[in-house]
Ligand binder design. Structure first.
Ligand code: NAD
Length: 249
């Protein structure tokens, strides 16, 4: 792993206590950042995450926040004005869900739930982060999208639409805030072994593996390494882009 120095910087990672988000949060902690890891409801995972990172307790803040609820995201940023008076440097919009089915069978509530977490949640957090970052004329925003945004896997119209929406949001906002020292990018992980894909049937899993040029699924640390690059000061000239971490998919 490349060693970055994020000491003195504060990073919010949504959905930061499990899966890819946890690896990102732990990589920031290892690199010296103050980390605010949010979760929505899995208290067991949140407690395990807090316990595993006890050595960094003074730089770790684990907060419950449903990104779909604008009031909760506003309350989070308000609270951080007290606990992080120097402001937020980095936001990683990692929270995401799937509710797969072919479109004809898709329940409207499953369409809305996926758009709500993956896209509206990204809007809620990004809007508040941009306002806070503009004050310090510095910021790094990284949105976790998916190759589904351009491949459009069958059974994932809601997920694909939400992830394509994140890319559009990223490109527009990157242009709005470029002169304020804020960059906005996406990382697009391919198949990564987390809870999100544990329900994939074996046959489909094998079909996906066959299509990946590197012939394996990725791991969470490989995604975190790319997020840390885009979040670093060194990535100052990279904005409005999508970094694919897909094994060549
Ligand atoms: P995961 O299921 O382990 O984690 C999802 C996270 O989202 C959890 O921490 C959960 O708390 C959080 N979350 C869900 N609803 C939320 C809400 N309303 N408010 C706040 N947080 C909420 O899955 P993962 O694989 O770690 O996924 C992380 C991100 O990576 C997602 O955006 C996902 O779409 C994306 N992604 C994953 C893969 C993969 O293969 N695993 C591939 C491409 C993209």
């Amino acid at each position: 792993m490349i060693h970055y120095d994020f000491s003195g910087q504060a990073a919010i990672v949504t959905g930061g206590t499990r899966g890819i988000g946890r690896a990102i949060a732990e990589s920031f902690l290892a690199a010296g950042a103050r980390v605010i890891a949010t979760y929505v409801g899995n208290e067991t995972a949140a407690a395990a995450f807090r316990e595993a990172n006890r050595a960094h307790a003074e730089r770790l803040d684990v907060r419950k926040c449903d990104v779909t609820d604008y009031g909760q995201t506003e309350a989070l940023f308000k609270a951080l004005e007290q606990s992080c008076p120097a402001g937020i440097d980095i936001l990683v919009n990692n929270s995401g869900i799937r509710r797969d089915s072919i479109l004809g069978m898709m329940k409207p509530e499953d369409w809305r739930a996926v758009l709500d977490v993956n896209l509206n949640g990204t809007f809620n957090m990004t809007k508040l982060a941009v306002l806070a970052m503009m004050r310090k004329r510095y910021g790094r925003i990284v949105n976790i999208t998916s190759p589904c945004a351009h491949f459009g896997f069958p059974g994932q119209a809601n997920y694909a639409a939400s992830k394509a929406g994140q890319i559009g949001l990223t490109r527009s906002v990157s242009k709005e805030v470029a002169t304020r020292g804020i960059t906005v990018n996406c990382v697009s992980p391919g198949f990564i072994g987390t809870d999100l894909i544990k329900d994939l049937p074996d046959k489909l899993r094998q079909q996906y593996l066959d299509q990946i040029p590197l012939k394996r699924f990725g791991n969470v640390d490989e995604v975190a390494a790319c997020v840390l690059f885009l979040a670093s000061k060194e990535a100052a000239y990279v904005t409005g882009t999508v970094l694919e971490v897909t094994g060549g998919l």
